[in-house]
Design a binder for this molecule. Structure first.
Ligand code: GLC
Length: 548
């Protein structure tokens, strides 16, 4: 692996790597049961190496009843049979390394599954017993305990508490779950929970994984008084001070391994100051930059978000990350084709009219923008194919717990999780192996093959060709990846910045509604769409130029 600003073999590879998110259930199905798996992923490592990313983040592969697509973990030290076996995972890690790809596992520390051995033991035990202390069990309020212990609401909708039944069938204590009832929250005030997760980290580091994506990383610590949220000016569970101590412990574990093992936080926090505290030198290495993803397609808004991002990371010496999508987010081709291009978890605009060709054009430009910005960059599977969000999954096929928990008002996130189209033929557009007739776990739209990878691979104008060219260029250019950025003067509605180096790169993005002349340059490296006129950049187009 070359040592460049964008990763390679350096122990600080995470400062500039291009990381590909494999949403395992929907990536490639090797067994033919309609669900993506390790065999499918293994068979596509060549595609990923050729795409030009340096690392893979694989979504939870642990045994799970799949109440939240695997984010409800029953055993953190094994693999769900639907995905494969632990031996296959070990082989996959080795095979990925041979292909030059680092491996990041997705650890879910806030909650487990109701099928986890600890939770089953806790349910079987008496109120007040030690094993119940690993979770949040409490008696209910009201004369016979029929009201939840407090007013906290689940992120998926409804109360954040579910009542248990005693072995004799009478109603018992309640337990806390910030997400679905099948996802009981651990009590991180308990030292047993802390020890267990440090041991789980070691389990995977011992198996050679290069990093850990930390699910829901900011909500582990609860206000132990469990007071009502109403009236609390902060949040009783988001970003409580005690959390930093947890990650200092994790960092010590990561640092005790050779080769640069990275901790990557899923941290949705609006306050940049609070966000940066997680990235202090003795805590996490990087975190997902969600405010940038939420920003509208607008020069002023994007520039403001980029500046705020760089400023916040500079304070703690951490590299920024640039993310356009993930398995919880509406795909950018759909978002950027809407009248309102801003997005947030609470502002999904499901079903809003969208112009897919406009969204595609903007997504191509956004890809070049994010790959040129300082720090690491994420590619969510299907970004590189230009997949749109699927907004019309039939009601009875929706799997996301948001749908049921919201009383069928929030269709949730399945639209970004539809199994990938690999080829023009086959019953599932090549998602399953040849000859399989199993339907994919989420239905693919009738025209899904339009975006198939095989056809895009040989089409120089495709999204896939753009991603491959840009990722190769990014890896080869020492000025890209980690390092400084220098803004250049540009006309209204245009962003231009230099990545200085020998040689340097200039990135220009036209968000105005008219063509603009390219700034002075010594060569064109990449364009998101063909230039117009004599060296002019059309609207919604980006270019990488050689700095004069
Ligand atoms: C994270 C995951 C999401 C999951 C939730 C609960 O936000 O990305 O998919 O539902 O945590 O684990």
């Amino acid at each position: 692996m070359p040592e460049t600003g964008s990763g390679g073999s350096a122990p600080e590879w995470w400062r500039g790597a291009a990381i590909y998110e494999v949403y395992l259930r929907s990536f490639a199905d090797g067994s033919g049961d309609g669900v993506g798996d390790l065999a499918g992923l293994r068979s596509r490592l060549g595609y990923l190496a050729e795409l030009g990313v340096q690392a893979l983040w694989v979504t939870p592969w642990f045994p799970s009843p799949m109440a939240d697509a695997g984010y409800d973990v029953a055993d953190y030290r094994d693999i769900d049979p639907v995905f494969g076996t632990l031996a296959e995972a070990e082989d996959l890690i080795a095979a990925a390394h041979r292909a030059g790809l680092r491996m990041i596992v997705d650890l879910v520390p806030n909650h487990c599954s109701v099928e986890h051995a600890w939770f089953r033991a806790a349910l079987a035990a008496e109120p007040g017993s030690a094993v119940r202390e690993l979770f949040w069990f409490r008696p209910g309020r009201g004369p016979s305990g029929e009201e939840p212990p407090n007013d906290w609401q689940s992120i998926f909708g409804g109360p954040a508490w579910t009542r248990t039944k005693s072995p004799d069938g009478t109603p018992g204590e309640w337990y806390l779950h910030l997400f679905a009832p099948e996802q009981p929250d651990f009590n991180w005030a308990n030292p047993g929970v802390r020890e267990e997760f440090e041991s789980i980290l070691r389990f995977w580091f011992d198996r050679g994984v290069d990093g850990v994506r930390i699910d829901s990383a900011a909500v582990l610590i609860k206000d132990g008084t469990l007071a009502d949220a109403a009236g609390d000016p902060g949040s009783p569970y988001t970003d409580r001070d005690g959390i930093h101590d947890v990650y200092r412990g994790w960092r010590a574990v990561a640092d005790s391994y050779p080769g640069g093992r990275a901790l990557i936080g899923e941290i949705w926090l609006p306050d940049p100051e609070r966000f940066s505290a997680y990235l202090r030198p003795d805590e996490l290495h990087t975190a997902f930059n969600f405010p940038f993803l939420e920003s509208a397609w607008d020069a002023g808004a994007l520039r403001e978000s980029i500046d705020a991002t760089l400023d916040v990371h500079a304070r703690v010496g951490a590299p920024a990350t640039w993310v356009l999508c993930n398995h919880d987010v509406t795909r950018q081709v759909t978002r950027y084709g809407r009248a309102d291009t801003s997005w947030s978890l609470g502002h999904r605009q499901h079903g809003a009219p969208t112009d897919l060709s406009l969204g595609t054009r903007r997504s191509r430009a956004a890809a070049l923008l994010t790959m040129a910005l300082p720090g690491g960059v994420y590619v969510y599977q299907g970004d590189e194919l230009g997949l749109p969000n699927v907004e019309d999954i039939p009601d009875d096929r929706i799997q996301d717990p948001f749908w049921v928990r919201s009383g069928h008002t929030n269709r949730g996130r399945d639209g970004a999780r539809v199994p990938l189209p690999w080829s023009a033929d086959g019953p599932s557009a090549g998602f399953g192996p040849a000859g399989t007739t199993a339907e994919p776990w989420l239905p693919q739209p009738a025209d899904w093959v339009r975006w198939n990878a095989a056809a895009q691979r040989v089409d120089p104008a495709s999204m896939l060709s753009l991603y491959r060219g840009a990722l190769a260029c990014r890896a080869a250019e020492p000025a890209l990846g980690d390092g400084p950025l220098r803004w250049l003067p540009a006309p209204e509605g245009v962003l231009a910045f230099a990545r200085d180096g020998a040689p340097g790169v200039l990135c220009v993005l036209n968000l105005s509604d008219r063509p603009v002349p390219l700034p002075g340059h010594a060569g064109v490296l990449q364009v998101s769409d063909p230039l117009v006129g004599p060296g002019e950049l059309a609207p919604d187009t980006a270019a990488w130029l050689r700095l004069p």
